[in-house]
Ligand binder design. Structure first.
Ligand code: ZN
Ligand code: ZN
Length: 295
């Protein structure tokens, strides 16, 4: 069941409570935050350090308490904020070896890399994280399945096409962040993009259209799926309504009409999702940043 709630986020976490917040999503920058009783991580760091700090402060958290940053791939909309944010603060950066080399080359600074092996799981605090290959035009892009104490969260962004491997790896997720990048017709009719760029976006190593995302979702969806976040929307070749309606239509078609479908945004954070056992709550956005001491 989904409830809307206006309580502040500063209450002590109940055991087995997990929060997931998408700070930004889209081709101009991506970052999401996961907090469990013993783990605080960012997933991608493609917005400015200042903005990430503000997003964390709005949840009454500080960057200094992060356990790490997981990186899906080295495109600037996923690592743009890393040098100022991670290198300066010495926050561990979790990524595979090829991606680490590219990050090092692009940012030309020292990071506290924790090298992971694609296909192997690793542990941060109380959360086990599976990584797996995804098709995208980066050096060694990956998706994640995060096993938290209350739920499994699938993280699928920047995917050229759905694969059997991806569907298999996230098939137990109760929460799914899924790229719904563009509407095919809007992209085809876009007068500003070159033919070559359109081909790149639509290629098997580009980005998922709403339709392709819905088809991948059909392979993944199961009775225990509770939330889908539509992610990485193109600013001018998609709309939140189109993406959501395509996903909602597919869920109705496969007899899962009760799954909650959420928007994500380029310019602002989505409301946090709190997952606590069987009960999920969408926490109201906080606009006043008042960091609590010691957090
Ligand atoms: Zn991207
Ligand atoms: Zn990318």
């Amino acid at each position: 069941m989904q409830l809307y709630c206006v309580r502040p986020l500063s209450y002590p976490f109940l055991m087995e409570s997990v929060q997931f917040t998408v700070f930004a999503s889209g081709s101009s920058g991506n970052a999401a935050y996961l907090e469990t009783p013993r783990t605080r991580v960012l997933i991608d760091c493609g917005i400015s350090a200042k903005r990430i700090r503000e997003c964390l402060l709005s949840l009454e958290r500080t960057p200094e308490r992060l356990d790490g940053i997981l990186i899906t791939h080295e495109h600037s909309d996923h690592i743009g904020g890393l040098r100022v944010f991670a290198a300066k603060l010495g926050i561990p950066v979790y990524c595979n070896r090829h991606t680490a080399s590219e990050i090092q080359r692009i940012h030309n600074t020292k990071f506290d890399f924790r090298i992971i092996e694609t296909g192997r799981d690793f542990q941060i605090g109380d959360t086990t994280i599976d990584s797996f290959s995804i098709p995208h035009d980066a050096i060694d892009p990956i998706g994640f399945l995060l096993h938290t104490p209350t739920s499994q969260i699938g993280f699928l962004t920047d995917i050229g096409h759905g694969t059997r491997l991806i569907a298999d790896r996230v098939k137990n997720a109760q929460v799914l962040l899924l790229e719904t990048n563009h509407d095919i017709e809007m992209l085809n009719n876009d007068p500003r993009r070159s033919w070559a760029l359109k081909q790149r976006i639509m290629s098997r190593h580009g980005h998922l259209s709403n339709e392709a995302a819905a088809a991948l979702l059909e392979q993944i969806a199961h009775d225990d799926l509770r939330h889908v976040f539509c992610a990485h929307l193109s600013g001018d070749c998609n709309t939140p309504e189109l993406a959501k309606s395509e996903i909602t239509r597919k869920l109705a078609q496969i007899d899962l009409p009760k799954v909650n479908v959420h928007h994500t945004y380029q310019s602002k954070a989505s409301p946090s999702l709190e997952i606590s056992g069987k009960k999920d709550t969408i926490l109201a956005e906080k606009t006043v940043a008042t960091p609590a001491i010691g957090l």
